[in-house]
Structures are given as C-alpha cells and as structure tokens.
Design a protein around this ligand. Structure first.
Ligand code: SF4
Length: 256
C-alpha cells in the first residue's frame, strides 16, 4: 500500500469508531495487566466474566498475593490454561511488590521481565494504561495486516516492525485497537465480511466475500444445476440399460 492508502485505511477505521479501546474490563493498570495475562488463548468476554467478581475484591498486587494461588485458580477456572495463569499472576504480583513497590512499571523491559508477560502483553499495557504508541500484534491484527496487504509479515515481530514504520499520525496510538476490532468483527478469520468493509477498495485480498444475498443466490443456482445434472444422468442411465429391440434375453441353450 502507498502512504496515502495507509493513511486512508486508518482514516476510515477511525471515522467508523472514533474512540476505540480494549474490550477487557479493568479499573487500574494492575487489573489491566492481570486481565491481559489471563486473555492469552482466551476470549476477552470469558476473561471479563471471570474477572468481574475477582476485581471487585482484588485491586492491588498485595491483595492478590493474600488471596493466594488456590483461590485464584478457582476464580479463573473457566479460562483456558488457568493453572499456569494462576501461578503466573501470583508470581508477577509478588514481583511487582518486591521490585516495583507494588506499581506496574512503565518500560517494556521491566514489563517483559515479569512472569507470564511477553511482548504483546507489554505492548497492550504500555498502550492502554500509559498511552504509548505501541502495536500489539495478536491473531486478529496479524490476519488483517497480511490479508489486506497493510503490513504483511511472516511473524508477529515482522508485522509489528512494519506497523511501527508505516502507521502515520494521528493514528499511531489507537491503530492496534482499530485493527483488533476490525479483525474481530469484520475481517473475520473464517469468512471476512468484505461486503460491509470500509476499506474494501484499499485491500488486496481476493476474492472478496460477496454479500449474503448474492452468496445465497449463487448457492441456490449451484444446487439447482447439480439437481438438473443428476436427473439427466439418471435418465441417461435408464435409457442405456433398456434392452435393445429384437435381442433375445433368454439364456443360451446348453451345448449338447
Ligand atoms: S475487504 Fe475483506 S479481506 Fe479486505 S480488510 Fe476488508 S474484510 Fe478484510
């Protein structure tokens, strides 16, 4: 994509949703950090369901450590990989108390030094809690960037590096939210909803998904055509198996 096309891509996503943000619910940077750690390989909705009652009681690393691993495991048992995640959340809470005075650090290096915190989690926290212009590349962002040709790359690191390079102001801060939401609700994994996509003319993906009514009409036409051809085959088969006139159907007589 050209620079003008990239600008237009984000301008349209921004026009459709001027104030995007994460769908993970949290009340402070610590809760956001915990929610993002819990969201690995899980949906934001499932994390919110588990965290709503948890975050009523637990607002600080100190409260989490006092809560303990067993109770935490029980509180998040509806989320995938809850055993490992409970361990990590207790360990990272203890690390925040021991090394950062109970506060969430503001640098990538410090965040990534915490148990269970990788580059993507650090990027989300830096962006959403502290307003940094970071580009967290999750499965949705990776797919949208590759499909559309916005920032193609073989790995999440490659896509992140491309986004760093090409996303213009004033879209840098919210770019990853727009891309996540676009991937989650429009450019879906199994069937991108191209017919209602605001960047359809900028995207290089082919073939574009047509509107549902057009797909329905096509599949009805295909079904009718296949029914007609199967009827024709059956009729042909009947004709072929009919005995030719004048030919005897009796068994050959035995030889003397
Ligand atoms: S046109 Fe289709 S493939 Fe391209 S970004 Fe939009 S939804 Fe995704």
């Amino acid at each position: 994509m050209t620079r003008d096309q990239v600008f237009e891509f984000f301008r349209r996503l921004a026009e459709a949703n001027p104030s995007p943000t994460t769908e993970l619910e949290s009340g402070n940077p610590y809760q956001l950090l915990v929610a993002v750690v819990l969201s690995a390989q899980a949906t934001d909705a499932s994390v919110n369901v588990a965290c709503r009652p948890l975050f009523q009681r637990i607002k600080t690393p100190k409260q989490m450590v006092a809560f303990g691993e067993d109770d935490l495991r029980d509180a998040i048992k509806t989320i995938g990989l809850f055993n490992t995640k409970a361990k990590n959340v207790i360990a990272l809470s203890q690390a925040l108390i021991d090394r950062f005075g109970g506060e969430v650090p503001r640098t990538r290096e410090e965040l990534e030094s915490l148990p269970g915190v990788g580059r993507k989690t650090a990027n989300v926290v830096l962006n959403t809690a502290f307003g940094e212009e970071t580009f967290a590349v999750d499965t949705h962002v990776f797919r949208v960037c590759n499909r559309s040709g916005l920032a193609p790359g073989k790995s999440v690191d490659e896509v992140e590096a491309k986004l760093e390079k090409i996303v213009p102001q004033p879209f840098r801060r919210d770019a990853h939210h727009w891309l996540i939401l676009h991937g989650r609700y429009t450019c879906k994994a199994r069937l991108p909803e191209c017919w209602r996509c605001p960047v359809i003319d900028l995207c290089r993906y082919k073939p574009k998904t047509p509107p549902p009514e057009e797909r329905r009409a096509k599949s009805n036409a295909a079904r009718s055509a296949s029914r007609a051809s199967s009827k024709a085959r059956t009729a042909k088969g009947r004709t072929a198996s009919r005995p030719k006139a004048g030919r005897s159907r009796s068994r050959p007589s035995r030889l003397p």
